[in-house]
Design a protein around this ligand. Structure first.
Ligand code: SF4
Length: 219
C-alpha cells in the first residue's frame, strides 16, 4: 500500500469512529492491566463479565493482594487459563506494591518484567492508558495488516515494526483500535465482509468477497 493510500485508509476508519476505545471495561490503569492479562486467549466480552464484580471490589494492587489468589480465582473461573492468570495477577500486584508504590509503570521495559505481561499486553497498556504510539499486534491486526498489504510480516513483531514505520502521525495513537475493530467486525478471519468494507478500494487482498452469503472462505 502506498503512502497516500495508507493515509486514506486510516482517514476513513477514523471518520467512521472518531474516538475509538478498547472494548475491555476498566476504571483505572491498574484494572486495565489486569483486564488485558486476563484477556489472553479469551474474548473481551467474557473478561468483562468476570471483571465487573471483581473491579467493584478491587481497584488497587494492594486490594488484589488482600483478596488473595483463591479469592481471585472465584471471580475469574469462567475465563480460560484462570489458574495461571490468577497466579500472574497476584505476582504482578505484588511487584507493583513492592517496587512501584502501587502504580503501573509508564515504561514498556518495566511492564514486560511483570508476570503474564508480554510485549502485546505492554503495548495495549501503553497505548490505552498513557496514549503512547504503540501497536499491539493481536490476531486481528496481524491478519488485517497482512491481507490489506498495509503491514506485512511473518510474525507479530514484524507487523508491529511495519506499523511503526508506516502509520501516519495523526493516526498513530488510534491505529491499534481501528485495526482491531476493523478485523473483529468487518475483515473477519473466515469470511471478510468486503461488500461493506470502507477501505475495499485500497486493500490488496484477492479475491475479495463482494456478496453477502457468497460462502467463499478466505484464508
Ligand atoms: S476489502 Fe475485504 S479483505 Fe480487504 S480490508 Fe476490507 S474486508 Fe478485509
Amino acid at each position: 500500500m502506498k503512502k497516500d493510500q495508507i493515509f486514506e485508509f486510516f482517514r476513513r476508519l477514523a471518520e467512521l469512529n472518531p474516538s475509538p476505545e478498547t472494548e475491555l471495561e476498566f476504571g483505572n490503569t491498574y484494572q486495565l492491566l489486569v483486564a488485558v492479562v486476563l484477556s489472553a486467549q479469551a474474548t473481551d466480552v467474557g473478561v468483562n463479565k468476570a471483571t465487573r464484580a471483581l473491579f467493584r471490589e478491587v481497584k488497587t494492587p494492594q486490594q488484589m493482594l488482600d483478596l488473595g489468589e483463591e479469592g481471585l480465582k472465584q471471580h475469574i473461573k469462567t475465563i480460560g487459563l484462570f489458574n495461571s492468570k490468577a497466579k500472574n495477577v497476584i505476582g504482578l500486584s505484588q511487584i507493583l506494591v513492592e517496587r512501584y508504590g502501587g502504580e503501573v509503570p509508564e515504561d514498556r521495559d518495566a511492564l514486560v518484567e511483570l508476570p503474564g505481561v508480554g510485549r502485546k499486553t505492554a503495548n495495549v497498556v501503553m497505548n490505552c492508558a498513557f496514549g503512547a504510539e504503540t501497536f499491539a499486534v493481536d490476531t486481528h491486526i496481524f491478519r488485517v495488516g497482512n491481507r490489506t498489504g498495509l503491514a506485512k510480516g511473518k510474525t507479530p513483531l514484524a507487523v508491529e515494526k511495519q506499523l511503526e514505520k508506516k502509520v501516519p502521525g495523526p493516526f498513530r495513537v488510534g491505529a491499534h483500535h481501528w485495526l482491531i475493530l476493523h478485523g473483529r467486525y468487518i475483515c473477519k478471519a473466515r469470511t471478510p465482509e468486503c461488500w461493506r468494507c470502507p477501505v475495499v478500494d485500497l486493500c490488496a487482498y484477492k479475491p475479495k468477497i463482494m456478496e453477502k452469503g457468497a460462502g467463499r472462505k478466505a484464508s
